[in-house]
Design a protein around this ligand. Sequence first.
Ligand code: MLT
Ligand code: ZN
Length: 458
Amino acid sequence: MSDPLDELFSPRQLKRDADTLAEWGRDWTRSYAVAPSAVVFVESIDDVVKLVQAANQHDFKLVPSGGRTGLSGGAVAGHGEVVVSFDRMNRILDFDPADRLVTCQAGVVTQTLQEFAGEQGLSYPVDFASSGSSQIGGNIATNAGGIKVIRYGLTRDWVAGLTVVTGNGEVLRCNHGLVKNATGYDLRHLFIGSEGTLGFVVEAQIRLAPAPQPQQVMVLGVPEFRDILEVLRTFQGALTLSAFEFFSEQALQKVLAHRNLRRPLPQPVPFYTLLEFDASALEAASEAFEAVVEAGWVVDGVLSQSEAQAAALWQLREGISESIAGYTPYKNDLSVRISQMPDFIETVDALVSDSYPDFEVCWYGHIGDGNLHLNILRPESLSVDEFYQRCHSISPKLFAEVSNRQGSISAEHGVGLLKRDFLGFSRSPEELEIMRGLKAMLDPGQILNPGKLLPLKS
Ligand code: MLT
Ligand code: ZN
């Protein structure tokens, strides 16, 4: 019997060679087996509908694939699934200056959207290190955050309309770019962050923001972890921040070595914060700097003198993830409310030193919005499996601290495979039941991104 995919797609769209399967069958995670059966490069909404219908009819599973920059295994196909790549649905379809709305296909790369916005004298302010390859559909599916959340919010905040194909093969067009729409359940928000388990995002209407003022960047050396929050409080009291990031000296050493960069300050300091703000707020920033030095929270600092220097300082933060990728790090992406942060940091810091005495630990993240990235680096002596098992066995202790503070075990990376079995630390049994009910309604054949996000029932 011939394969239904061969009936539906020509060899131009349907690939089964080993290289394509290996490349498109995974995201940035490296700890999961990758074994898709085929990759389909969809070119239209109709293609997606056809695939979903065929999957229901012939009982095969689909895994959506965007820029493959995910860090939780949400786009890994490990069990013979068919990968649905949106690489060729990469067109900007429409722009309306009066509405400041851009309509784009799911495969548009984030940076392309940012550049397009710039050409219109506007901006798309959601930004992260992977903007050069991540795609808008994947960003929506994971409600991606990044480095400007403190000022501009998450991907969710910029999605004014959404077209999705559900697991039933229905095409839903949600909210149509409206600002105000009080007509009941806003289904758009159900799909944002659903990691392709309820429907595949195929098009989106994205709101654009005014062009930003010129920005200035500061990097400060902070000897004590907990004082980072005092620094945040002082600067936030004095000016509007566009970013407030932090990283540890360990993390800095990795990025300096990997990219061959220079230290931001002459002497190493245990922690650093990176602040970005409108250049017009420089005076207020300088006063805040004096205050944090006087209080003893900050020992030194550097201010960008040009756009090139600002970009160089940003590299110190944005380059970390790539610089530690070779260690197959065990990634934690935690958040608690800012008010809970001082106590949380102290507890987690102690727990980490206790639990991982023989592992190297890199801290960094978007501390200004309550999001900490805690990366445990794999020693060469341990296999990836052994290492992940050891880290997994510690996770419940760490996640219990998150749960005690009603925090999130995945602030921005998504649940995927990595956090699936721990979801109960952030979501109640009642919530999980409702989530399963939604899955059953929108994907009754269980063909969309199986095994991701929702914990398996024991
Ligand atoms: C980052 O903040 O650099 C990204 O979320 C990636 C990472 O955590 O490694
Ligand atoms: Zn991040």
